[in-house]
Design a protein around this ligand. Structure first.
Ligand code: PLP
Length: 381
């Protein structure tokens, strides 16, 4: 079986974790801060706060804007449900902006149009959350301009995109956003098992994230005694362990190597799949994708089989491709809660009918990739 993605763990990673297990601190020790320093430095963001997963990070990012009932967050329908759920945890409404048919990211033209309508209706969003799909950055400069004009906060869901670049700068620098969120789930670029990171250049958000990560408790108050702390806000236990952070620190040593390996595999796919009835990934000139995913779009009018058949044929050959993503607005929860229906975001829905993510991860072997390519060619015939 060849999965669409998987972690890449070496003996140094194992040693780093075992060292923590033998140390005094399994959590709230020195490794979390070290991991934050490594990732913040790599991305060029002033502040980094590590948490237990990216979903928690997205939730805290929404909390930092005091997102609540009566507010709304807009995101892409072509994402994992967590990008929308974080707003629901705050009691806020969720709406979507259709995608660009080339990048599969939120379309800036659609965003601009929807904002103008929302302004007239007095229903502007409090937060817009672009998602850097498959690792290619959204058009952040244009989104920042719109945020200046309409007054919403920008949270980047960069779960796919660490090691990617935009306008020559690392994704996660927050040059054009208030917060960026990374995920360290095993299928992502680097892993901590479960884990997430908040990046921000806003100093007041740093304090807020640290407090909310740990129950809303602070020790930064005049003490009644050495034991003293105060809860000043309603927070959570969203902490990451030192065990996980140590794995993260170790993985960060190889992040550029992972990126090179992914790019190599992508170049091979691009060469081998050219000329087939597929739309291959398209890259904007100011982006360097992290290549979290390699998505091909089936040109169904040139094929005898449907997507389901092609997908199942790959599976029976042992290739565990995936589909990213079922448009979020079409999930029963979002249909029921907000009345979304088929046809609301046609580009995302059409894309969904045609998309297949092929196996892509640093340790995908040459012969495995060759097998994926030859099998796909057979299956498309
Ligand atoms: C993986 C992912 C998340 C959630 O990450 P977790 O760390 O598993 O909570 C959120 N958004 C996107 C786009 C993702 O791919």
């Amino acid at each position: 079986m060849i999965p669409y993605s998987r972690q890449c763990i070496n003996p140094d990673d194992v040693d780093a974790v075992v060292d923590v297990l033998r140390s005094d601190w399994l959590t709230q020790g020195p490794m979390v801060e070290k991991f934050e320093g490594k990732v913040g430095g790599y991305c060029g963001a002033r502040n980094a706060v590590a948490v237990c997963n990216a979903t928690a990070a997205l939730h805290l990012a929404c909390r930092a804007f005091d997102l609540g009932p009566g507010d709304s967050l807009w995101t892409s329908p072509n994402t994992f449900v967590a990008s929308a759920n974080c707003a629901r945890y705050c009691g806020a409404d969720v709406d979507f902006v259709d995608i660009d048919p080339r990048t599969y990211n939120m379309s800036v033209a659609a965003l601009a149009e929807k904002l103008e309508g929302a302004k007239k209706a007095g229903r502007l969003p409090k937060i817009v959350m672009p998602v850097h799909f498959a690792g290619q950055s959204c058009e952040m400069k244009a989104i920042r301009k719109l945020s200046d004009r309409y007054g919403f906060g920008v949270i980047e869901d960069a779960s796919h995109a660490v090691s990617g670049r935009y306008e020559g700068r690392p994704v996660g620098s927050c040059q054009y956003s208030d917060v960026a969120v990374l995920s360290f789930h095993p299928v992502k670029i680097i892993t901590t098992g479960e884990g997430g990171m908040l990046l921000t250049n806003r100093p007041e958000f740093l304090e807020k994230f640290r407090m909310l990560r740990s129950h809303g408790i602070t020790r930064d108050v005049p003490p009644e005694g050495p034991w003293y702390y105060e809860q000043t806000d309603l927070g959570y236990n969203y902490r990451i362990t030192d065990i996980q952070a140590a794995l993260g620190v170790s993985q960060m040593k190889r992040i550029d190597e992972f990126a090179r390996q992914r790019l190599n595999l992508v170049t091979k796919y691009n060469d081998a799949l050219e000329g087939l009835p597929l739309q291959l990934p398209w890259q904007a000139t100011d982006c360097e994708s992290s290549w979290h995913l390699y998505v091909v779009r089936l040109q169904l009018d040139r094929l005898k089989k449907g997507r389901k058949q092609i997908f199942e044929d790959l599976r029976s050959a042992g290739i565990w491709a995936q589909v990213h993503y079922i448009p979020v607005h079409l999930h029963p929860y979002y249909r029921k809660r907000f009345g979304f229906k088929d046809g609301d975001f046609p580009e995302a829905e059409l894309y969904y009918q045609e998309a297949i993510s092929l196996p892509l991860f640093p340790e995908l072997k040459e012969d495995e990739q060759a097998f994926v390519i030859s099998t796909l060619k057979d299956v498309l015939r």
